[in-house]
Design a protein around this ligand. Structure first.
Ligand SMILES: [Fe+2]
Ligand SMILES: [Fe+2]
Length: 420
């Protein structure tokens, strides 16, 4: 069709007035932001490595979706004041209960068995039934979210089957899934347009707040024990360059612990502007990607990294600290610090010029680029988190680093003793 720029059904009356559209999208926004916070709260607590990875990717996609919804809602004669409000008490209860998932399978069936499939249905229906000319900006936005949701669900459905087949979980997550589904129904579904009764469900587990763990978790069935020491690979090569290259791959793989620390900041820090949570979601996913750089580099060399001890210091050593100290430690202490030579530039040049390893060279090239962004995020947010200027924050970060290295050196000395 050449007319209407190819837009189909130009004469059909749409289902959404401006007011109704903004109201429904306010629910979508709330759901994505809640899923972002729930994924952050669970990342350090979940066992399965692949679940941690996917939570990192999907929470970034949820943050991006929420960000676009925020912009679109305010285009619809709606004050930005609503963007920080909870649209529906029943929807809030649903999210309060979802975060109380007690194991990997419960979290997976709640997100990928109930809420995200319902979101996908809602977005498909919304794009099909809204007026195609008047609401084209919404349609374009929702189409990209539909693509993300389709990828997320194809991963999530496979993960649920895999966890169910493992035989670890008694009831296949059925009871928790049914509870989440009934809470979603009580909220009138994703868009709130399904029939609601005047009977509000009771709390099931959410009488108490969800707590993130003080020590991050690794799958005890598939992975080596957690440690605060760097343990590189089994039987490292004699050649010092090869030895250092493989150790570097392992350090990249261990960056999951940095992602978990950002998850703790994202989850625990209240009352920051929305942009803070959006930026930290990206920062978090970048660190998960860095862990994947290491995983991919090691696996491409045929090296088993999963049965090795798993480094958890970034999270565990910093876990008792307040979010501002945690973020200053990472983004100013570690990441801004890595901008000085040799730092990130030196790692890249080592892989390119000494180890001459094309894949690791490419990984370090982008790792360096990401870290420049992260150091900027540190300078942007740490002063707000702490309520002091950047020079004072750098003093704090230095003290946090001193505390960290004391703990880690002790663990490293113990490991070296045992290994020699
Ligand atoms: Fe990193
Ligand atoms: Fe980083």
């Amino acid at each position: 069709m050449l007319s209407y720029a190819g837009i189909q059904n130009p004469y059909a009356l749409g289902k959404y007035s401006v007011e109704k559209n903004a109201k429904v999208m306010q629910r979508y926004r709330f759901i994505h932001e809640s899923l972002l916070r729930i994924a952050a709260g669970h990342l350090p607590a979940r066992e399965d490595w692949d679940i941690k990875v996917a939570l990192g990717k999907h929470l970034y996609e949820d943050a991006e979706a929420a960000d676009r919804l925020r912009a679109r809602i305010t285009e619809l004669r709606t004050s930005s004041a609503v963007l920080n409000q909870e649209p529906d008490a029943a929807l809030s209860l649903l999210m309060d209960e979802l975060i109380h998932a007690r194991n990997d399978l419960e979290l997976m069936v709640g997100i990928y068995g109930v809420i995200k499939p319902a979101l996908l249905d809602a977005y498909r229906s919304h794009t099909a039934t809204t007026q195609q000319i008047v609401d084209q900006p919404t349609i374009r936005m929702l189409r990209s979210m539909i693509l993300d949701l389709e990828d997320q669900l194809s991963w999530g459905e496979q993960m649920i089957v895999s966890l169910q087949q493992s035989g670890i979980y008694g009831d296949n997550g059925d009871q928790f899934k049914a509870g989440i589904a009934s809470l979603l129904a009580a909220a009138g579904g994703i868009d709130g347009q399904q029939p609601k009764t005047a009977v509000l469900p009771h709390r099931i587990r959410s009488h108490e707040p969800y707590r993130i763990p003080l020590k991050s978790v690794r799958d005890p069935r598939k992975m080596g024990p957690v440690t605060w020491a760097r343990t590189s690979v089994l039987n490292p090569p004699e050649d010092p360059v090869q030895r250092s290259l493989l150790a570097k791959m392992r350090v990249r793989q261990e960056e999951m612990t940095a992602a978990e620390l950002i998850a703790a900041v994202l989850f625990s820090q209240k009352n920051m502007p929305w942009e803070f949570y959006r930026d930290l979601a990206r920062h978090l996913w970048d660190e998960v990607r860095h862990a994947l750089f290491g995983q991919a580099a090691l696996e491409s060399e045929g090296i088993d990294w999963m049965s090795r001890p798993q480094y958890t210091s970034d999270y565990d050593v910093n876990a008792p600290k307040i979010p501002g100290a945690q973020y200053a430690w990472l983004a100013i202490g570690i990441e801004e610090g890595a901008m000085k030579r040799p730092g990130k530039a030196g790692e890249f040049e080592f892989c390119r010029d000494e180890a001459k390893h094309p894949l690791m060279t490419q990984f370090q090239d982008y790792d360096w680029a990401d870290e420049v962004v992260h150091a900027n995020l540190g300078r942007k947010w740490s002063p707000d988190l702490i309520g002091e200027d950047i020079s004072f924050v750098r003093e704090i970060a230095k003290n946090e680093l001193d505390h960290f290295w004391t703990e880690v050196r002790r663990a490293q000395a113990q490991w070296n003793e045992g290994a020699s």
